[in-house]
Design a protein around this ligand. Structure first.
Ligand SMILES: NC(=O)c1ccc[n+]([C@@H]2O[C@H](COP(=O)([O-])OP(=O)(O)OC[C@H]3O[C@@H](n4cnc5c(N)ncnc54)[C@H](OP(=O)(O)O)[C@@H]3O)[C@@H](O)[C@H]2O)c1
Length: 391
């Protein structure tokens, strides 16, 4: 890759980030087509719902301008013929001369087959990740596709945890809901971040005490509101008498899945379903909880989610942290002190070990700020997982 290739690939990668949260179960891909004179003639990204693919969108925009040109794409083009034909087929038909591929696709239906088919068709192909795995573009692409890679290789989504705390680390008051912690700037950011996740998960305690909406409330972006998943071990939602929950609003747009424990009566399950939710019955472990390994499998392998944000509350966080099941943390902090002896800590304990994280990003809005952290060896684990496919 020369300098211009790198610039164009960066543009394709930025373009790909738009699709996070709205293209699952597919990966979010970006593609840029240059004509014979090097000018950009087409750009595309995976569209909402995962189709059409980025290559098809970029080629559609480029039209005849793609003939003899070069294509930069963030993930290996697919070579399996679906309803609308493969991307390899579309690239060959468009008559492109060269394709630069940032990452190989880990999906069992592709795994190098896309690159091979292009070469067989006479196209010059450059595989960036094979040349230099420490390249910033490769690292950023792995991070962008982290949820997709985990879904395909471990059968679970990327699991992020979002929490808001005061300076003294309190996330609320015992037995009380709706305690406002951070300022408007931080709230707006939460809505933006939600739009980049396939699903939001909360515990029944939070639903009961806070009655949250859990939508993406950014002007013109409400369609990005993710699927809501409620962890409701005892099926309490099916025992409500007449009360309406705010997260039941707009179910036709975003959907609601309730995870109940085995043993919840069929009648209770039926009442939850009557409210418009779909129900999954989960096995309970020895301590009476659903194991995060099982939750991950249901969300990833069975439902196809690639990125899930866990938004509360303390009981859910505690079990999740005790089972080392958090990949990424979004920690919104406010410059306030709560002091109350009823203040809730984020983690109810359970381990004497110190769990280390590295900072990915910081932002601030005056009295509130955000630190995004990633589990210390997440990067290495993800790269290792990815590379195993190719050895
Ligand atoms: N500041 C923030 O960011 C934030 C965000 C959300 C909520 N909150 C606050 O947090 C409080 C609510 O927390 P909470 O602990 O009462 O409610 P919660 O965590 O939303 O839900 C707790 C319930 O979920 C169950 N549960 C959790 N993990 C489970 C698992 N893996 N398997 C099966 N069941 C599981 C718990 O059962 P067990 O008891 O058996 O574990 C308990 O019945 C409220 O005050 C709310 O305002 C703050």
């Amino acid at each position: 890759m020369d300098l211009r290739d790198k610039e164009v690939m960066r543009e394709a990668l930025d373009y790909a980030s738009w699709g996070l949260g709205v293209v699952w179960p597919n990966p979010s891909v970006g593609c840029v087509v240059r004509g014979v004179n090097g000018e950009i003639v087409g750009k595309g990204r995976t569209l909402s719902g995962g189709r059409p693919h980025a290559e098809k969108e970029a080629l559609r925009e480029a039209g005849e301008g793609a003939r003899g040109g070069e294509v930069s794409v963030t993930l290996e083009p697919c070579n399996h013929e679906g309803e609308s034909g493969s991307c390899v087929h579309a690239l060959l038909e468009a008559g492109v001369r060269r394709v630069v591929v940032l990452l190989g696709d880990v999906d069992v239906r592709v795994r190098g087959g896309g690159v091979e088919a292009l070469r067989r068709g006479g196209v010059e192909v450059e595989e960036v990740w094979k040349e230099d795995r420490s390249d910033d573009l490769v690292r950023d692409a792995l991070r962008l596709n982290g949820g997709y890679i985990l879904n395909r290789l471990e059968g679970r989504p990327l699991l992020s945890l979002k929490v808001a705390t005061t300076l003294d680390g309190k996330m609320g008051l015992r037995g009380r809901g709706g305690v406002k912690i951070t300022n408007e700037g931080a709230h707006e950011d939460v809505h933006r971040m939600r739009g980049c996740y396939d699903g939001i998960l909360v515990g029944w305690g939070t639903v009961k005490l806070d009655d949250p909406l859990l939508t993406c409330r950014i002007e013109g972006e409400s369609w990005r509101s993710p699927l809501v998943i409620v962890l409701d071990k005892e099926g309490s939602m099916g025992r409500l008498e007449g009360e309406e929950l705010r997260l039941m609003e707009d179910l036709s747009v975003r959907g609601l899945v309730v995870l109940v424990g085995e043993g919840v009566e069929d009648e209770v399950v039926r009442r939850i379903e009557e409210r418009g939710a779909s129900v999954r019955v989960m096995r309970l472990g020895i301590r009476g909880g659903m194991r995060w390994r099982d939750i991950g499998k249901v969300l990833g392998r069975e439902m196809g989610l690639t990125r899930v944000m866990v938004e509360g509350g303390r009981g859910v966080f505690t079990r999740m942290l005790n089972e080392s099941s958090v990949d990424r943390l979004y920690w919104y902090r406010d410059g306030s002190l709560m002091g109350s002896k009823d203040g809730l800590d984020v983690w109810g304990g359970g381990s004497d070990d110190v769990w280390r994280w590295k900072v990915l990003k910081r932002r601030d809005w005056g009295s509130s700020d955000l630190v995004v952290l990633e589990e210390e060896d997440f990067d290495e684990r993800l790269c290792g997982l990815y590379e195993e496919v190719w050895v």
